[in-house]
Write a protein of this length. Structure first.
Length: 420
C-alpha cells in the first residue's frame, strides 16, 4: 500500500521541473521546490488517506491567533479599512513597529525605515532583489533556511556557504571575516535559527555586523523567531544597533510565528531610508502592500504591549516546556546527537551514526520513519545539512512523546540489524 502511496506522492508533489511543454523561465527553473512544504504536504496527504500521522515537520505554531488580534482585525474592517494603503504600509503600522522596538529593545529608527510586507518571505525577497546583481556573492551560513539560497539563485547572484559545524552551528565573526572577498555583497543571517534552533549571542552578532560593515558588506537578518529565545540565551535585534552599523542592515521581521499568524501574511522590513524606498518601489509592482485591516490589527497589537506580551509569553512558556522534555529524550537515544536549541521551535538531530549500506542518507531515515511509523520529520539536506533531521516541537507534548518513542524504536532496530 505504501509503495502506491509513494508513487501517488510523486505525482502530486510539486516537482522541480514543470511540464516540458510550458517554457518556464530560467530564473524559476533553477529554483528547488521547498523541502519544508514537501514534508507538510506528505503529512497532509497521509492524513487525508486515513493514516494516524505524527507530524513533527510542522513549521508553524500549533496555537490559534490570540483573540484580541482577531478582534482588532474585525474592528479594522468595521472602520472601513478595506481599501489600498500606502505601499510601505499604514502610517500607524510603521509607527507602531518603531515605537515597539524603541520600548522593547531601546532601538531608535524612523517609521520611514519600516515597510509592511506580505510575511517575512516578501521582506527577504524585497531586500535581496533590491540589493543584488547577477554575479554578486552572498554569504549564507549552513545550515540555512531553505528559501535563502533560492532567493540568491533567483536574482542570479552566487551562494557562498559558510560551514558552522565546528562551532556547533553558531556563526562567528571570524568565520564571516575569512569568507569575505571583494565580490561579497551580502550576508544572510537567521537567529534564532531554522533549522538548528541555535541563537547567536548578542556580542558575537555585533562583531559579525562590524566585520561586514568594515568591508561594506550588507547584512540581511531574518528575525522571524526573535520572540522565541529561551533563557539564559538573550534576545537580540540588529535594529537596536547604532545608525552607522544599521546602514548596512535590513531586518526581516514577521508576525507569523510571534503571534501565530502564519495565514495572515504579514511581516516588515527595517532598513535605511534609501534601501526602504527601493523596496517600496519593487513592492509597488508586486503585492502593493499586505492586507489593510491586517496591518491595522498588527499595529493595535503592538500598541497593546501588555496583551501582546502576555500572548507571546504563554506560547514561549509552552515551547520551553516541550523543549525541556524533547531535547534530553532525544539525547538519550544511543547514537543520535542533538545540541541544545536556545530558540525557535526546532531541534536538528545528527543521524549520521545510523547510516549504513542500506540507509545511505538522512532522507532514507526520514522515509523509514514515514513508512514504518507514519512519523513525518524534515530531512536536513534541504537546509544544507545532509545527515541531519529537523524535528519540530510546534506540536503538543503528547504527540512529541508518541513520535519520539516510535523514532527511538526504529533507530534501535536499525542498529540491531546492522550489528547482526
Ligand atoms: C527562518 C524563516 N524565515 C522566514 C519565514 C517566513 O515566514 P512568513 O513568510 O510566514 O513570515 C520562515 C517560515 O517558516 C522561516 O522559518
Amino acid at each position: 500500500m505504501f509503495d502506491s502511496f509513494f508513487k501517488l506522492q510523486k505525482i502530486m508533489m510539486p516537482q522541480n521541473t514543470i511540464t516540458k511543454s510550458f517554457p518556464v523561465s530560467r530564473n524559476v527553473e533553477k529554483l528547488q521546490a521547498s523541502s519544508t512544504l514537501k514534508a507538510a504536504q506528505v503529512a497532509g496527504d497521509l492524513r487525508e488517506r486515513g493514516f494516524d500521522v505524527i507530524d513533527l515537520s510542522v513549521g508553524e505554531p500549533d496555537f490559534q491567533t490570540p483573540e484580541f488580534i482577531k478582534e482588532f482585525a474585525w474592528e479594522g474592517l468595521q472602520r472601513g479599512l478595506t481599501k489600498y494603503t500606502p505601499t510601505s504600509g499604514l502610517k500607524t503600522f510603521q509607527e507602531s513597529i518603531a515605537e515597539f522596538y524603541a520600548e522593547e529593545f531601546g532601538a531608535s529608527f524612523s517609521p520611514k525605515e519600516v515597510i509592511a510586507t506580505c510575511g517575512g518571505k516578501q521582506a527577504l525577497f524585497n531586500a535581496a532583489c533590491t540589493l543584488l546583481n547577477p554575479g554578486d556573492k552572498v554569504l549564507i551560513p549552513k545550515p540555512y533556511w531553505v528559501t535563502f539560497p533560492e532567493i540568491v539563485n533567483f536574482v542570479g547572484a552566487k551562494n557562498v556557504f559558510i560551514e558552522t559545524e565546528e562551532t556547533d552551528f553558531i556563526l562567528t565573526a571570524e568565520q564571516v571575516k575569512n569568507s569575505i572577498t571583494p565580490k561579497t555583497k551580502l550576508l544572510i543571517l537567521n537567529s534564532p535559527n531554522n533549522p538548528t534552533g541555535r541563537v547567536i549571542p548578542p556580542e558575537e552578532m555585533r562583531r559579525i555586523i562590524e566585520v561586514c560593515a568594515e568591508k561594506e558588506v550588507y547584512v540581511l537578518t531574518d528575525e522571524c523567531y526573535l520572540f522565541f529565545v529561551y533563557p539564559p540565551a538573550e534576545v537580540f535585534t540588529s535594529a537596536s544597533l547604532p545608525a552607522d552599523l544599521r546602514k548596512y542592515i535590513c531586518v526581516a521581521g514577521s508576525f507569523s510565528k510571534t503571534y501565530a499568524m502564519t495565514g495572515w501574511r504579514i511581516g516588515y522590513t527595517i532598513a535605511n531610508e534609501e534601501w526602504s524606498r527601493a523596496m517600496s518601489k519593487l513592492q509597488s509592482h508586486s503585492t502593493s502592500h499586505p492586507t489593510s485591516f491586517v496591518q491595522y490589527a498588527c499595529a493595535c497589537a503592538m500598541q497593546d504591549n501588555t496583551k501582546s506580551k502576555g500572548a507571546v509569553n504563554s506560547m514561549r512558556a509552552e515551547y520551553e516546556k516541550r523543549r525541556a522534555w524533547l531535547i534530553p529524550s532525544l539525547q538519550k537515544i544511543e547514537g543520535l546527537k542533538c545540541s541544545n536549541p536556545e530558540g525557535a521551535f526546532y531541534a536538528l538531530v545528527d543521524v549520521r551514526g545510523f547510516l549504513n549500506a542500506k540507509l545511505k542518507t538522512s532522507a532514507g531515515i526520514a522515509d523509514l520513519f514515514l513508512k514504518e511509523a507514519h512519523v513525518v520529520v524534515t530531512d536536513g539536506a534541504g537546509f544544507g545539512a545532509d545527515g541531519f533531521l529537523r524535528i519540530s516541537y510546534a506540536t503538543d507534548l503528547e504527540n512529541l512523546k508518541k513520535g519520539v518513542a516510535k523514532i527511538k524504536n526504529l533507530l534501535q532496530a536499525t542498529k540491531t540489524k546492522t550489528a547482526i
